[in-house]
Design a protein around this ligand. Structure first.
Ligand code: GRF
Length: 199
């Protein structure tokens, strides 16, 4: 018998199309990690039903519902340990990851940002706002950045960047869709490569 697959937790705050791309990649044998847990920052995210349809355990992590930040972080760490999680993939997760979680998963947490960092990143730069800013600045290209997570928003080591063109008559929505397609295609590969690098 071969080595068991490393266990991945996917963190979401939204529709979860990247989560779906990872679930599909795993089904096709194109993701080396098993998606063992989905953590959602709200009970209302569209991504939760994708997890349930794929029989993946879920954990609703609403930090504000805990008496303090350390108590919340401990609850999340305990959940990650309970599911024996090795890696974390942020897929549209909008909350900052606590330093204790980063310390427990050094260079094992990946984030996607829908622009070419270091441009158009940082606090408040998420969702459609990123693409609005890119178009307003008349950029000729944008893209996606896969990077490791450290204690600052959109800051850790860049693992991969994919460029896409920005057209003269583009809308933020069209640009967002063009970039999302690249996210879906490359996220499993980026995760596989990190796992290879770490083992
Ligand atoms: C993506 O654009 C990603 O780059 C950003 O959040 C969005 C998530 O989309 N971090 P989805 O929830 O995976 O559909």
């Amino acid at each position: 018998m071969g080595k068991p697959a490393p266990k991945l937790a996917v963190f979401i705050s939204g529709t979860g199309t990247n989560l779906q791309a990872l679930i599909d990649a795993r089904k096709k044998g194109k993701l080396t990690a098993e998606i063992a847990l989905v953590v959602s920052s709200s009970p209302q995210t569209g991504g939760l039903s994708r997890a349930k349809n794929a029989d993946i355990p879920t954990f609703i992590f609403e930090e504000k519902k805990y008496p303090s930040q350390p108590v919340a972080t401990t609850a999340l760490l305990d959940k990650l340990k309970e599911h024996m999680i090795d890696y974390i993939a942020n897929a549209g997760y909008l909350k900052l990851i606590a330093p204790e979680i980063i310390a427990a998963y050094p260079d094992k947490i990946i984030n996607i940002h829908p622009a070419l960092l270091p441009k158009y990143g940082g606090k408040g730069m998420y969702g459609i706002r990123v693409h609005e800013a890119v178009i307003a600045a008349h950029e000729k290209e944008s893209g996606v950045t896969f990077h490791l997570v450290d204690e600052k928003y959109d800051h850790g080591r860049i693992l991969k960047q994919i460029k896409v063109p920005v057209y003269e008559d583009d809308t933020p929505e069209l640009l967002q869709q063009r970039i999302l397609k690249e996210e879906h295609k490359h996220y499993p590969i980026v995760i596989n490569n990190l796992i290879k690098e770490k083992t």
